[in-house]
Design a protein. Sequence first.
Length: 64
Amino acid sequence: MLAAATGVYPELIPKPATTPKVAASEEVPSPLSLVTSSPEKFITPKGTPALEESPLRRLLRRSS
């Protein structure tokens, strides 16, 4: 009966409500951190941040 209640009313049960919240909260920062760190990682190892920032900033300005 608990399994049926969980599927029908997931918001009323604390366990399933906590699980998706944790998963969602971890999924949000993951892509954001990857997107923010990817350009920085490409810029840092190359040693030419100025050359990499120019095209990136232009793309950001055009998209915005």
